[in-house]
Design a binder for this molecule. Structure first.
Ligand code: DP6
Length: 360
């Protein structure tokens, strides 16, 4: 499908006022999206586990008004107005208005809350932007009831991408691919697709414990980070490597090859940080405790033969990944050895999930 397929022809129904609620999860990339061009298009393909417990719930209340060029909205987080969120949402509305022309004829009240602690360093943009996009799609579905479920999900992902690239991987699960590549034939640059190839049972219900090593504000926004890949000395090689890693990772997941999975996932995380350390300006987004966690994970793996590994976002927090069969032993190890590196001892046990859910 191309961008023009998401421009609606005409609406067959009408609605004055109402509200819709969606709960949408965060996701954790195994092969990372880092670098974009044009209107939120990825420089390389990525694949992620959709999460389950880390999610945003958004209620969108809408009321018909006289058509206007600037979309009228208010936004509340946990019941409190958050004017700081407005510029990002306003940009999102500007980007999506061509695909959702009805939004000019409504005013909106967005009420949102996250299951994870605010400013925990867990990116809420993937869950937040996908939840809002799904709410908008629910309104469009009321105006165009003949819309298919497949189109609904693709367009929800397409719109989420315009809000935040990685958000397009939060609609479905447990594995989602975004960006054209030769291993996944239905993959697209403009939306995420559920990975439908065979996956070995050891990778089913994969566990992810997020260690909140540093809950501070992000040093660099992802948008600025992506920008640093323009003119980066290693950009071309990195984008090619992501294609190779995606192919190797999907092969490893089919074969149940945990050793290769671990090597690729950890290398992707360190490469993401290496790109930031070698850009201009350069950044170190890991903290000393991030490195201590990594050392302890490696030591534990060496000693126990566990298939535990780590990945990182563009920050200091660590995602600890492990098979379901090791849930008890690894969670004990986390409590005994890794909790000490977390701010206020905080970590969140999560697992691969199936994607967003409509609440009302
Ligand atoms: C490091 O999706 O947050 O988490 O498109 O600018 O909103 P924008 O960026 P964003 O970037 C996420 C980057 C990452 C890797 C990943 O999730 O693939």
């Amino acid at each position: 499908m191309s961008v023009t397929d998401f421009l609606p022809q005409s609406y067959s129904s009408q609605i004055e006022t109402g509200e819709v609620t969606w709960r949408s999860p965060s996701n954790i990339a195994l092969v990372k999206y880092w670098g974009k061009y044009g209107e939120q298009l990825p420089q390389n393909p990525s694949i992620s586990f959709t999460l389950d417990n880390c999610h945003t719930t958004t209620t969108l209340k809408f009321q018909k008004v006289q058509a206007q060029e600037i979309i009228a909205f208010e936004i509340y987080l946990d019941g409190v107005a958050v004017p700081d969120f407005k510029p990002k949402i306003a940009t999102f509305f500007e980007r999506v208005v061509a695909y959702l022309p009805f939004i000019k004829e409504y005013s909106f009240r967005i009420e949102t809350s996250n299951s994870f602690p605010h400013s925990s360093g867990i990116a809420s943009s993937a869950s937040g932007m996908s939840a809002l996009s799904l709410c908008l799609m629910s309104i469009e579905k009321i105006l165009q009831p003949e819309m298919t479920a497949d189109f609904f999900n693709k367009k929800a992902s397409f719109l989420s991408r315009l809000g935040s690239g990685s958000a397009c991987r939060s609609i479905e699960g447990p594995l989602v691919v975004w960006g054209e590549n030769k291993s996944v034939s239905d993959a697209s640059q403009i939306y995420g697709v559920t990975y439908k190839e065979e996956v070995h049972s050891v990778f089913k219900n994969y566990q992810d414990t997020i260690l909140l090593v540093d809950k501070g504000e992000k040093q660099v926004s992802s948008t600025v980070g992506h920008g640093l890949m323009h003119g980066h000395a290693f950009a071309k090689a990195r984008f090619e490597q992501a294609h190779e890693n995606l192919e190797a990772l999907t092969n490893a997941m089919r074969q149940g090859d945990q050793e290769t999975f671990i090597k690729l996932v950890e290398s992707e995380a360190l490469t993401l940080h290496a790109m930031m350390m070698t850009s201009h300006p350069y950044f170190i987004l890991m903290k000393p405790k991030t490195l201590e966690v990594i050392q302890d994970i490696w030591e534990y793996r060496e000693q126990s033969g566990s298939k535990i590994c780590f990945t990182l976002d563009a920050g200091a927090n660590v995602h600890v990944l492990y098979p379901k069969s090791e849930k008890e032993s690894v969670q004990k190890f986390i409590g005994d050895r890794l909790a000490r590196y977390c701010q206020n001892g905080q970590f969140i046990h999560d697992q691969a999930g199936l994607g967003a859910q409509q609440i009302s």
